[in-house]
Design a protein around this ligand. Sequence first.
Ligand SMILES: *Cc1c(COP(=O)(O)O)cnc(C)c1O
Length: 369
Amino acid sequence: MKIPFLDVYSINKEFYQDFSNDFKRVFDSGSLILSSEVEKFEDSFANYCDTKYCVGVANGLQALEITLRAWGITKDDEVIVPSNTFIATWLAISSVGAIPVPVEPHIDSFNINPDLIEEKITDRTKAIIVVHLYGSTCEMNKINEIANKYSLKILEDAAQSHGGKYQARKVGSLGDAAAFSFYPGKNLGALGDGGAITTDDEKLFKKVRLIRNYGKSENYLNNILGMNSRLDELQAAFLSTKLKKLDEINLRRRNIALRYIDELSKIKSIKIPKLNQNSFHVFHLFVIRHSQRKKFRKNLSKLGVETLIHYPIPPHLQSAFSYLNLNEGSLPISETIHKECISIPLYQTMNEEQISYVISSIDKASKNL
Ligand SMILES: *Cc1c(COP(=O)(O)O)cnc(C)c1O
């Protein structure tokens, strides 16, 4: 049997007829940029995230970047960021000229360790970016306390956690603002690129709306420097269709993950994700760890199970960030995670047979090292 890591075709196929209707409606309307579909999606996504406002933008990276710019974060400002994340989180900070200040994760949760944040705060620190990595939320009570004490903004990188919750509160409403990506492989994915910012802050809302569209108000008045980062009408229409099923999609993903946790916990040589009581985990990724990753992956690949590494090199060891002089060994927990982590197939259209095959293959692959 062959199990791909992700089957984007199959996860979109069930929406084929609805997407066709969306296409026809947008085509017939003749309005292709920042019109009723984007507005409709923004309203429903704000509602879904329990926030007052949502602004659709071109992608997740720019959702992060625009928010930092709207807060006036600029050259030589410092922004606290997890050391264990996708590079886009760091790129948003460097793109406004600010300095990423990394904080190590808990090895079990993969997420930022709140107890290590305070020692990194200086008088140049302006914000904390939290990443709800792989779909599990960060410890927001502790992080909010620190942010209040030092008057820092909190930006959620929610690119992997649409529909997740911390205690009873929705991802997207857990900080001062949140940035989402609708890249096709995300839990809420478009048929191309897309992104959004959610917030309760009216001032921020108004500013990010200006920035995403050249900084242009009505009458072509440009009072601030903007950019072009608009969510596409057609993608917004597809996203509205998919949003209606997001809770169901997340439940299907969770059911597969809970079965993995149950059955894979019997295999001694692998480390599986731990569920956190405070977090409703939406399992964007199911990441296990193995100390002999290379051989283990090779065995799995021979059995037809495709795996990926999220991520092979942590941001601080990427050449692009060599100017920060964060050498090998400077962030050891992150480095260990990057050396040992393996993401196994998990998507909502996997059937029982495929799930069982992944589990039995992992068992076989771990014995034969
Ligand atoms: C996908 C992702 C992004 C970037 O989103 P794009 O839409 O690809 O720009 C940012 N942060 C994290 C954690 C992501 O997984």
